[in-house]
Design a protein around this ligand. Structure first.
Ligand code: GAR
Length: 195
């Protein structure tokens, strides 16, 4: 008998982990044919790590401030993730740039989700930047990670209207409502294509 093996996923997250939670829920519900083998963060004590622990998922923290320089940190987090032998790595609100050591170790296996319609508004403050620019439509993008900052091949996007009274928080929350299902669906499609 051929045994079916779910895709092995490592999720990297720095914050509240609501995107992570959508992946956990989809894997539990069977809509995502995946096993989240670990959740990693750059910051101890974040809610994302609590969510993973509550779901019985292994966690790790690699804090860049614990290393002499960015290259050492990159080598450490690369080694950590290589040990986990993932099929896919999902950067879901991970607020650090993954360096060449990491990216080259997982070619076309890392996906990132970003709260803007790339190539518009890359970087760490995409929602604020879109609001300040005065766009009337923004959204979210799921893409493969390459050596640039939010520059890899785009896999999926959804547009979100900016409302006249939006704050950074209200707009980001509406983007995330669309971003969570987009991330799950895009990852499910990738897993299906590579099964
Ligand atoms: C998401 O909107 C994600 O796109 C963004 O952080 C949020 C995480 O939400 N990532 C970036 O801005 C990366 N440049 P969460 O902590 O609720 O999952």
């Amino acid at each position: 008998m051929v045994r079916h093996v779910s895709a092995r996923i490592v999720v990297l997250a720095s914050g509240s982990g609501s995107l992570l939670q959508s992946l956990i829920d989809a894997a539990d519900a069977g809509t995502l044919d995946a096993q989240i083998v670990a959740v990693g963060s750059d910051t101890a004590g974040v809610v994302a790590i609590d969510r993973a622990a509550a779901a019985g998922i292994a966690t790790f923290v690699e804090d860049p401030t614990a290393y002499p320089d960015r290259d050492e940190w990159n080598r450490a987090i690369t080694a950590r993730v290589l040990e986990l032998d993932p099929d896919w790595i999902v950067s879901a609100g991970f607020m650090r740039i993954l360096g060449p050591t990491f990216v080259d170790s997982f070619p076309r296996q890392i996906i990132n989700t970003h709260p803007a319609l790339l190539p518009a508004f890359p970087g760490a403050h995409a929602v604020r930047d879109a609001l300040r620019y005065g766009v009337t439509v923004t959204g979210c993008t799921v893409h493969l990670v390459d050596h640039g900052v939010d520059t890899g091949p785009i896999l999926a996007q959804v547009a979100v209207d900016v409302l006249p009274d939006d704050t950074e928080e209200s707009l980001h929350e509406r983007i995330k409502e669309r971003e969570r299902p987009l991330l799950v669906a895009t990852l499910a499609q990738l897993i299906g294509e590579h099964a």
